[in-house]
Design a protein around this ligand. Structure first.
Ligand SMILES: Nc1ncnc2c1ncn2[C@@H]1O[C@H](COP(=O)(O)OP(=O)(O)OP(=O)(O)O)[C@@H](O)[C@H]1O
Length: 266
């Protein structure tokens, strides 16, 4: 097996250390560690049941690990709550898009900016000054334009094509100008063209934002990620550049369903 490499020079923006999660008798995650450096794109892959969703939930603060910790810029976060992560400058998109059907696309995106609005968007609805609100509208429209869906700003999301709704969910995450974006299967349901566009957006974001994506589509992972962490049966079995993990026999074995011997597990 190729040795896991550490080619990361920068202090990690976000790190998980020794994270373990059990569900009854199932060890969903076992001593999982990873680091996301500023401006990098980290992919998390693994076969079905490898623990990707569980890890994503821990990173978002939705699930509390039995062991291990998360750290932001080197500082342990302790017990993490989703709202706390947003305050640090972290945004996420989930597999279920979670758009509000009774709000326009633009309003859905504005909701994502509550990290910037001092009192939060809902309070802001009643208390934001005109100038603040105008700025928020402008920023939300700019993000929609960046993703090529500004023409849908006044529409309700319900009847829109899935690819458009997915971009709206991404716009809602981006409007808070996060330093770290967590994406759970961002390419699922997208056409090859939309997937390519998504890859371009994620790469462009590296100027300001680090991204961690959990993804099944290997083409996307291999083309946009700087580093990839591979899970199998809740363990990290490989990590390195896309080329390194692709050449790793433990990764091939995991995807072919061949159990990896204990000695090969890093
Ligand atoms: N709430 C739960 N209760 C019991 N077991 C669970 C629960 N959630 C996940 N598991 C188990 O934990 C393990 C990891 O599941 P997880 O959903 O994190 O994997 P995954 O890599 O996201 O899988 P997939 O690619 O199929 O979505 C699996 O064995 C799964 O059955």
């Amino acid at each position: 097996m190729a040795q896991p490499v550490s080619t990361k020079a920068a202090e990690p923006l976000f790190a998980a250390r020794g994270v373990s999660v059990r569900f009854g008798g199932v060890q969903a995650l076992s001593q999982v560690s990873l680091e996301v450096a500023p401006h990098e794109v980290l992919g998390v892959i693994g076969p079905n049941g490898a623990g990707k969703t569980t890890l994503f939930n821990v990173l978002c603060g939705f699930a509390v690990p039995d062991e291990g910790e998360l750290a932001w810029e080197g500082r342990p976060l302790g017990r993490v709550r989703p709202s706390q992560l947003a305050g640090l400058g972290m945004a996420r998109t989930l597999q279920g898009l979670g758009l509000f059907d009774r709000m326009t696309v633009l309003e859905n995106v504005m909701v994502g900016a509550d990290h910037h609005a001092r009192a939060g968007f809902w309070t802001g609805l009643f208390g934001l000054g005109h100038r603040d609100e105008a700025r928020l509208v402008e920023r939300s429209r700019a993000v929609l334009a960046r993703l090529g869906v500004e023409d849908y700003a006044e529409r309700m999301p319900g009847g829109l094509p899935y690819g458009v709704r997915k971009k709206v969910a991404l716009a809602r995450a981006l409007v808070s100008e996060p330093r770290l974006l967590l994406l759970d299967e961002p390419a699922s349901g997208l056409s090859p063209h939309e997937m390519e566009e998504l890859g371009g957006v994620v790469r462009d974001l590296t100027a300001t934002t680090a991204t961690l994506l959990v993804e099944h589509h290997m083409d996307l992972v291999m083309s946009v990620c700087d580093h990839v962490t591979v899970l199998d049966f809740g363990r990290v079995i490989a990590s390195g550049t896309p080329a390194q993990v692709q050449d790793d026999p433990a990764v091939t074995a995991a995807y072919l369903g061949t159990p990896v011997a204990d000695g090969e597990v890093s």
